[in-house]
Design a protein around this ligand. Structure first.
Ligand SMILES: *[C@@H]1O[C@H](CO)[C@@H](O)[C@H](O)[C@H]1NC(C)=O
Ligand SMILES: *[C@@H]1O[C@H](CO)[C@@H](O)[C@H](O)[C@H]1NC(C)=O
Ligand SMILES: *[C@@H]1O[C@H](CO)[C@@H](O)[C@H](O)[C@H]1NC(C)=O
Ligand SMILES: *[C@@H]1O[C@H](CO)[C@@H](O)[C@H](O)[C@H]1NC(C)=O
Ligand SMILES: *[C@@H]1O[C@H](CO)[C@@H](O)[C@H](O)[C@H]1NC(C)=O
Ligand SMILES: *[C@@H]1O[C@H](CO)[C@@H](O)[C@H](O)[C@H]1NC(C)=O
Ligand SMILES: *[C@@H]1O[C@H](CO)[C@@H](O)[C@H](O)[C@H]1NC(C)=O
Ligand SMILES: *[C@@H]1O[C@H](CO)[C@@H](O)[C@H](O)[C@H]1NC(C)=O
Length: 539
């Protein structure tokens, strides 16, 4: 047993020593002027043939492999598995191969220039990263030349900091420790002094592994709850791998049976930290659960952090609602009812409101447009018995109300135009001078003359948008097909229906609507007349 252990230890040591000092990398860089060596890595699985001869070859550039011997160069020594350079120079660059029996190995060596201005060569540095506050060690050890070195110096950024047999630096890393640490091994060979350098590029980094654990969210959390319901308190933390998160929910050595701590869930981040969350479930909340501090704690080497959760009864939704809520609802309903009523009244009394507004504001849109008449009245002329009604309405009723009572100026062809002259041109220019075209419709309206008025007016209204048309249906017109089709494009509120029995009063809807459609005008002429039209009351 013991023997086997010793044998094993020896084997391991042997393996380590060979693997440490032999040169296994196939591409090597060396610095000119320094001692250098190549050592074949003897594999322990290979059967060792002591009698086999060892051969070293060099090939460079166009030259083929050339066997090396001790006489090839005074700087080269051949020692079995090792080829040594005292020192290596730039013309030593090339391929080197080792051959022993049928085992062989090849390296590519490139010799770089020594830095003129620095104690080390930048291409030959070994990078090391050390965490701040962790141990920083720089040991000047050389697996091959250590034994030969009689003195070793340690430089930091090319300033000597130690000079003895085995310089060794150990301290707690600080950020100012970053820099280039160069070990220079001085050795004698054949009466000459040589030096070998080994440089570490040391970088100090911040503490990577340990975060100060923190619980997420505010220190004190008030959670509104309803009695009888469940609540889940979520405690989550950013922490280190080994830190723990837990809930403190014990009440004087005993726990509430309705309080349960759930398992932890962890998510690892790429930087070796974790997000952990742990839920505290409180079922069927009762009075005892209120006003108690449920504390969640994260504990680490660096310390602890705690968050407190307190359950509060959600009062706003249980007690006050009784009156405040209903009162609010009633107010809201009332307001909406009022809004709807106002809207409806507004629609119904739109005309009255508009007239009131006109009156109130003293609006007058007739002042600046340069027109003479407020309306041109188009009706069926002539005194045939069947047209009497229209004639009376257009020549008597309309002027009586609109002119005498409301102060408008109408243009009634029969009344206002002196006979003679070109009728068509006359009508055209009169319509042009009017703000509205009132068409008194009846069954027998369609005569050639009025048709012209109608079409001329319609053209202005619909195409030129110069005049607005007001249609008054004196008797119900069933057959509109005779009318120009464009008339059907008129908005329906521009068609007024004359109802002899209801439209007598000045305050009746008919006159109000007509006023609404007439241009706004402030002039109010002659004194008050009777509320009922005498002319109409007889008819
Ligand atoms: C090491 O040797 C080189 C030449 O081989 C010399 O230039 C250099 O100064 C030496 N370094 C030290 C620290 O003595
Ligand atoms: C050892 O090497 C010699 C010479 O190269 C050869 O003759 C002999 O057979 C080898 N022995 C073994 C065991 O390989
Ligand atoms: C060397 O080659 C011979 C035959 O060419 C073979 O028998 C022998 O095992 C080889 N030795 C090694 C160490 O590979
Ligand atoms: C030394 O390390 C630092 C930081 O990692 C890097 O910026 C710098 O280039 C390295 N120097 C050399 C010569 O490799
Ligand atoms: C708890 O909160 C964390 C962070 O806010 C979240 O990632 C996690 O999913 C939550 N857990 C549950 C069960 O809601
Ligand atoms: C809680 O436990 C401690 C020891 O475990 C004991 O001394 C203390 O009296 C207990 N308190 C109650 C309220 O049970
Ligand atoms: C709970 O806390 C509130 C305010 O912090 C306090 O008024 C109340 O008396 C407390 N109730 C209990 C049972 O401790
Ligand atoms: C929770 O923490 C608060 C203050 O940090 C403390 O007063 C309370 O006793 C703690 N509750 C528990 C159950 O530990």
């Amino acid at each position: 047993m013991r023997h086997r252990e010793i044998a094993l230890t020896l084997l391991v040591l042997m393996f380590i020593s060979t693997s440490e000092t032999c040169t296994s990398r196939p591409r090597i860089t060396a610095v000119e002027g320094e001692p250098f060596y190549l050592k074949y890595c003897f594999s322990s699985s290979e059967p060792k043939n002591e009698t086999a001869t060892i051969k070293w070859y060099k090939s460079s550039g166009s030259h083929g492999p050339k066997e090396l011997s001790s006489s090839s160069s005074p700087r080269i020594t051949l020692q079995g598995y090792v080829l040594e350079f005292w020192p290596v120079e730039s013309d030593d660059s090339g391929s080197y191969s080792f051959q022993m029996g049928n085992a062989s190995y090849e390296w590519k060596l490139s010799v770089i220039r020594r830095s003129k201005h620095s104690c080390f060569t930048e291409k030959q540095v070994i990078s090391k990263t050390v965490e701040v506050k962790k141990s920083l060690q720089v040991a000047c050890e050389h697996s091959y030349y250590q034994k030969l070195a009689h003195r070793t110096s340690l430089y930091k950024n090319c300033e000597q900091i130690e000079n003895n047999k085995n310089p060794f630096l150990q301290k707690n890393a600080e950020f100012k420790d970053r820099g280039y640490y160069t070990c220079v091994f001085f050795l004698h060979h054949n009466g000459k002094l040589f030096n070998v350098t080994k440089t570490f590029n040391i970088t100090i980094v911040g503490d990577r592994s340990n975060v100060i654990p923190v619980l997420l969210g505010p220190k004190l959390n008030h959670v509104k709850v309803e009695l009888g319901k469940d609540v889940r308190l979520n405690c989550s933390a950013l922490l280190n791998e080994k830190d723990v998160v837990y809930w403190n929910f014990w009440k004087e050595n005993e726990t509430d049976p309705n309080v349960h701590e759930e398992g932890e869930t962890r998510i690892r981040t790429s930087e070796g930290k974790s997000y952990a969350s742990r839920i505290l479930r409180i079922e069927n909340i009762n009075e005892k659960n209120l006003n108690f501090s449920y504390n969640c704690t994260v504990a680490s080497e660096g310390g602890i952090d705690t968050r407190t959760f307190i359950l509060l009864k959600k009062e706003d939704m249980v007690d006050i609602p009784g009156h405040v809520f209903t009162r609010g609802m009633i107010i809201a309903v009332l307001i909406s009812v009022i809004v709807v009523c106002v809207a409806i009244v507004g629609v119904i009394y739109r005309v009255d409101l508009a007239l009131f507004y006109r009156h109130f504001m003293g609006r007058d849109e007739t002042l600046t447009d340069g027109k003479t008449y407020d309306a041109f009245v188009s009706y069926l002329k002539g005194c045939q018995p069947e047209n009497r009604e229209e004639h009376t309405f257009a020549v008597e009723t309309l002027p009586r109300v609109l002119e005498k009572h409301f102060g408008y100026k109408l243009c009634i062809f029969e009344r206002d135009v002196v006979p003679g002259g070109a009728v068509v041109d006359e009508i055209h220019s009169l319509i042009e001078k009017s703000r509205r075209l009132i068409i008194v419709l009846s069954k027998s309206y369609m005569s050639n003359e009025v048709r012209y008025e109608l079409e001329s007016g319609l053209h202005k209204a619909l195409v030129e948008r110069k005049i607005k048309i007001i249609l008054i249906e004196l008797t119900p017109v069933s057959d509109f097909t005779l009318l120009p089709q464009s008339l059907s494009l008129l908005k329906s509120h521009r068609v007024l229906r004359w109802k002899p029995e209801e439209s007598l009063s000045y305050n009746s809807r008919f006159w109000k609507n007509l006023l609404y459609l007439m241009p706004a005008k402030t002039v109010k002429p002659c004194g008050d007349e009777l509320e009922v039209l005498p002319a109409l009351s007889q008819s």
